[in-house]
Design a protein around this ligand. Sequence first.
Ligand code: ZN
Length: 156
Amino acid sequence: MAVRIIRKGNDPDLREKASEIKKITPQIINILNDMAETMYSAEGIGLAANQIGIPKQLVVIDIQDGNLIELINPKIVELEGKENNVEGCLSFPGIIGEVSRAKKVTVEALNREGQNFRIVTNGLLSRALQHEIDHLEGKLLIDRAIRFIEPSEKEL
Ligand code: ZN
């Protein structure tokens, strides 16, 4: 396993549309392992493969509840409600934006064994899933933000 370099700011890698995984090879498993290690080392709660320069539909999330979720080819199948809240991004250190997202989300993906699974959730995990799946489309926090939060407002 290795910590990869996280692409930041205007890096064109962040704008690339990620391609679907056709076959879960040992190389894909390696990338997932590196993504988790990179996310934990940066103390983030989610990472998309675009963020380490690999335009493939791979996402890792751990909202610091000790549960690592790996998603291959994740798709949002249902969105419900609306909720504004603040979020950050490992590709934009120091930036906190207020973003309007669906409250509840249903996501389908494959795990590393190639089995289909479904997550229905709200709160922080819902937000993290929507944020990371945005990355796979080349969509970023800075595009979505309604406004940016000043450091003095952080206690929000
Ligand atoms: Zn991000």
